[in-house]
Write a protein that binds this ligand. Sequence first.
Ligand code: Q9C
Ligand code: ZN
Length: 357
Amino acid sequence: MPPTPLIASDAHLGHDGLVEVVGGREVACYESPARASAIREALLATGDFVLEPPTDHGPDPISAVHDLEVIDVVEHAWTDAVADGWDPERPLLPDTFLLRAYAAGMALEQLPPARHQRLGAYCFDTGTPIVAGTAAAARAAVDIGLTALDHVLAGAPLAYALCRPPGHHAGRTLIGGYCYFNNAAICAQSLVDRGSRRVAILDVDFHHGNGTQQVFWERGDVLYVSLHGDPAASYPSFSGFALERGEGAGEGATLNLPLPPGTDGAAYGATLREALDAIRAFDPDAPLILSLGFDTYHADPICNLALVTGDYAGIGAAVAGLGLGVVALQEGGYAVDALGANAVAFLGGLREGIADR
Ligand code: Q9C
Ligand code: ZN
């Protein structure tokens, strides 16, 4: 089998020095540059991957998914803050969040003009800091995803997008969960815009992809299927329950498969079969968009499932069994020392599954 394109760039290195607030403490952000370096080095060392740069796809694919107001805030909050005297050594996190629950009576058209003062109107948590290099990194992650998609549309059975920052928590008008632009949703929308009528997104990151779900909630042309830690016990807490199934034209085109804490590879595999059956029944006419996280790993510092490295090869092979082209986009995974081995196992399993079919 020919080498698999690995799309990556160094733009993410500027998205660094990040802190988040967890459990009442400021900590170094788990979502670090070392994550991407570890995956990249491990994949290249196998000899089965060829490093390719992203190509510039411009702003239109981003604005096909995200509202201009949040794009504007991501692009300019940092420079507005620094112009206003913000210490450039400190990442920008909102102090105030605009919640619908207290919006009654507010003149929402009168948000503050400085983009950093408005950040909390477009952000849902304390884990999504902005620094000087954030906007460029987020744009590059989109281009990385779209370039991987280009490779698959040009005939590669699999392409791997080393996206950083990740994307699946970012909604139409909201950043959060380490995510700014929703790389997977942008790829799925790009397929629809090129004429696909049934696009499937499979999300195997530990966390529910609330952003991806929101973008396609009322859409029947994009199926969103997610396996994730039960939101009753895990971030993002307010979405990912099984009863969320989409609405209107999208009713039934969202499938949430929450997993209890401690779920191991065998139980995960059984639930994955349900997910893959739903994708087969949907009968996609486009490559699969795979939101790929390794935070289901037993030693992940912020998650609670119990997969081991060997499990990922089986999951990858099962995904290959769909018979679809696969655009794999990196989402989460925070056990940095294990990320390389887990990526090699997953993508190796995918490659073997593709070679066998
Ligand atoms: N400080 C992904 O895996 N954790 N995102 C707490 C508040 C956020 C995970 C945030 C976890 C986000 C792509
Ligand atoms: Zn995650």
